[in-house]
Design a protein around this ligand. Structure first.
Ligand SMILES: [Zn+2]
Ligand SMILES: [Zn+2]
Length: 338
């Protein structure tokens, strides 16, 4: 395989495919080890696996892969999570948490963190199995196509999914396919599935409307703009916080007539929670988002959430939210119809 020329096999990114998934497929299609491919492309110093390559792929890395696969730059760029910027989070940041983006901790080549999810049915149906960008987004707790919960770890050994490690330390030819756990070999396509359930039709419909919107090739600023996701995130944070002590979640659960599951309260952000907890938080937060004008008032009057907590650490927030919360600023005067 000569450097600087188009490689014999040059698969293009599949719909909504993650950059890391595509790189792994490129190596496998050419019958070379991923490590060898990365060494040839980037050298030892610049291994893409020392970073969260899907989150922050440098231009040179994308350009190099494009050269060898005959892919257009923007098609390759769209395999990175950067395309969620301005819709899910405001700025490109090299470090720290990105709002709604699930973290995978990278240290050398070991990934710790349950930030890579998958849908067994999508993988099983794929002619060429691959990993989607949407599976790295905290809002995706279930697959909108198959209506089943996503897995955020290997169902057999509970190790985080790290498909790029499948050929590390093994001989060429013994590589595990992308859909198998690198640690125990379990075939993710055979994982059992649990149907996604929603406490009300309204919440189910809203959830099922939000997710495909994020998967659209070009994210349009319509109903679900950055402001919507900022406020949704804020309610998830409030419900997971010590300060609120579960009051808001309890109120919403009572209102919906559902049982409240235990979640760990504290500083853990939604992005660091496992999929089941995220799903629970999102269901309650979406109840508020389905009708914010009435429901923000309702939860405040029921003392399920305090005024200052609704604004705490929110950063940039949409005008409509500030106006609604502003009406809750004085408990003595009550909700003010401004
Ligand atoms: Zn699916
Ligand atoms: Zn496993």
């Amino acid at each position: 395989m000569a450097y600087g020329r188009l490689w014999p096999a040059h698969p293009k990114p599949l719909p909504d495919e993650l950059l890391s998934s595509w790189i792994v497929r490129v190596a496998q299609a050419n019958g070379i080890k991923l490590q060898t491919l990365c060494w040839m492309l980037f050298g030892n110093e610049r291994s893409p696996w020392n970073r969260d390559v899907d989150r922050s792929a440098p231009k040179w890395l994308i350009k190099t892969i494009c050269e060898h696969t005959g892919t257009r730059y923007w098609d390759a760029y769209h395999t990175t999570l950067t395309t969620y910027r301005t819709i899910l989070y405001p700025n490109r940041r090299r470090s720290g948490q990105l709002r709604w983006i699930l973290p995978i901790r990278t240290f050398a080549m070991t990934r710790k963190g349950y930030g890579q999810q998958f849908c067994p049915k999508c993988l099983a149906e794929d002619q060429i199995p691959y990993f989607r960008k949407a599976w790295r987004v905290a809002l995706f707790t279930f697959c909108p196509k198959h209506q089943v919960m996503l897995h955020d770890a290997c169902p057999l050994c509970d190790v985080p999914v790290a498909f790029h490690r499948s050929d590390f330390g093994v001989e060429q030819g013994n590589m595990r396919p992308i859909f198998c756990c690198y640690a125990c070999g379990f075939d993710f396509r055979a994982a059992t599935t649990t149907a996604a359930t929603f406490p009300s039709k309204e919440i189910g419909e809203l959830f099922c409307e939000v997710l495909p919107f994020l998967q659209a090739p070009i994210v349009r600023m319509e109903r679900f703009d950055q402001g919507f996701f900022v406020v949704l995130h804020q309610f998830c944070r409030i419900m997971g916080s010590h300060q609120n002590a579960g009051n808001l979640r309890r109120f919403v659960a009572n209102r919906l007539g559902i049982d409240l599951t235990e979640i760990e309260l504290g500083r853990t952000s939604i992005e660091h929670r496992r999929v089941a907890e995220r799903h629970d938080l999102l269901l309650c937060a979406l109840w508020l988002m389905a009708s914010p004008t009435e429901r923000i008032r309702e939860v405040w009057e029921a003392k399920a959430v305090r005024y200052n907590l609704m604004l705490k650490d929110i950063g940039e927030s949409p005008k409509w939210y500030l106006q609604l919360v502003g009406k809750c600023s004085n408990w003595r005067l009550g909700y003010r119809a401004i």
